[in-house]
Write a new protein. Structure first.
Lengths: 229, 229
DNA sequence: TTCTTGTCACCTAGGTGTTAATAT
DNA sequence: ATATTAACACCTAGGTGACAAGAA
């Protein structure tokens, strides 16, 4: 079984409609996809990997609220048509693969080397996504079968885990200002953009104390809640 | 078979009498111990590890040249007596261990996570060394034998490689000023202490063009060559 | 009008030798 | 006199969103 780390944070993002930046060079996800794993055979070898599947066949666009000089986005999504042709469905192997079950289970497994790109010709092995489309990350565990005819057992040696709270829209620039503010508030690398107390975050952000960011986020973008569901 | 990377740099240090800093928190080696490996079974599992053995049973000290106000060291070593009691002979496993032969061979194997400490009570798993003692790094390859009674074959599943040019004296502060200058000139993290042209190093430092540093090093410490052999 | 790109200041994270103070 | 320690400025390396300019 698999447990998603930082679930509280994922939930908070998901509530606003998570967005992930894609760039030509590749951009990490935030939050990072991290899991705790239970119930492996400690002595057996496993490969861990992720892929991303489209949530629907829609292309999104920002609604045409009168935005003064393009400074504000409306933070609500409209369907803009059918999805663009699917991108090459790449897969990201966790760089420690293959490794023993004991190794995977003894600490949190973090996919912090995974990067998202919108460059169809990327040759860095990054995950290629279409901007303005929604995606569902998937996590796969593959048991490395020592038997000679292991291909025959491919089905049973394979297990997939999906956490719906990790869904996101790929974007080249943030659309929902509250997403931006939550990223700034919770990602240590964005600390330079914080203008609130240097306290309270992420120090006090522990499982159980969930909606810490709400008040702060509310004070920024006056536009109401997103319509991503 | 195993090939030492950056051999030219190691030779240059060894010629002056290599010194490695040890600290309580742990200090990396420079140069980093890196090797290219050939002739493994691509499909078999191997563990890679390093340890450090005393070169002799001597304790060293700086000679008592009249040094004005402790500003200069003499850069020559005297035997100060018998070695201190041996430290716990720790071992450093390359963090990618175990891995397949194919994985180890496809790129340079770097021990850049290895740290040296003089703290006998260290609990970070660092290599514990006695300051003012000389050490020989050793590199070991262990074949992970899939057989049930693999312990019986421990001898033949084990291979050790020693590069004498990687010998060094553990120190808490540099003793030979020419070693300091060569570290500053060749270690990117010490760039802040360079006062020469920002060119020429390490850009031009390629195997085949060896004594690039000699002129620069010569111009600093007037004291003659070391006596570490 | 909407979306994308490249550059930038500002961070995190951590590896350097220096230096002054302290320990032996 | 010699050896060790801890704080420090200055680097490498690379992850942030902001912003202005460009593209569609």
């Amino acid at each position: 079984s698999v447990q998603l780390e930082m679930k509280a944070l994922w939930d908070e993002f998901n509530q606003l409609g998570t967005e992930m930046i894609v760039t030509k060079a590749g951009r990490r996800m935030f939050p990072t996809f991290q899991v705790k794993i239970f119930g492996m055979d400690p002595m057996a070898d496993y490969m861990l990997l992720m892929d991303f599947v489209p949530v629907d066949d829609k292309r999104y666009r920002q609604s045409a609220f009168p935005s003064r000089r393009y400074a504000f986005h409306s933070s609500s999504w409209l369907v803009a048509g059918k999805a663009d042709p699917a991108t090459p469905g790449r897969v990201h192997y966790h760089p420690d693969s293959p490794a023993k079950g004991a190794q995977w289970m003894k600490q949190i497994v973090s996919f912090d080397k995974l990067k998202l790109t919108n460059n169809l010709l990327d040759d860095n092995g990054h995950i290629i996504l279409n901007s303005m489309h929604r995606y569902q990350p998937r996590f796969h565990v593959v048991y490395v079968d020592p038997r000679k005819d292991s291909e025959k057992y491919a089905e049973e040696n394979f297990k997939t885990f999906v956490f719906e709270e990790t869904r996101f829209t790929a974007v080249t620039a943030y659309q929902n200002h509250r997403i931006t503010q939550l990223k700034i508030a919770s990602n240590p690398f964005a600390k330079g953009f914080r203008d609130c107390d240097p306290e309270d975050w992420p120090r006090n952000h522990r499982p159980g104390a969930l909606p810490l960011m709400s008040a702060f986020a509310r004070s920024r973008n006056p536009v109401s809640s997103p319509a991503h569901q």
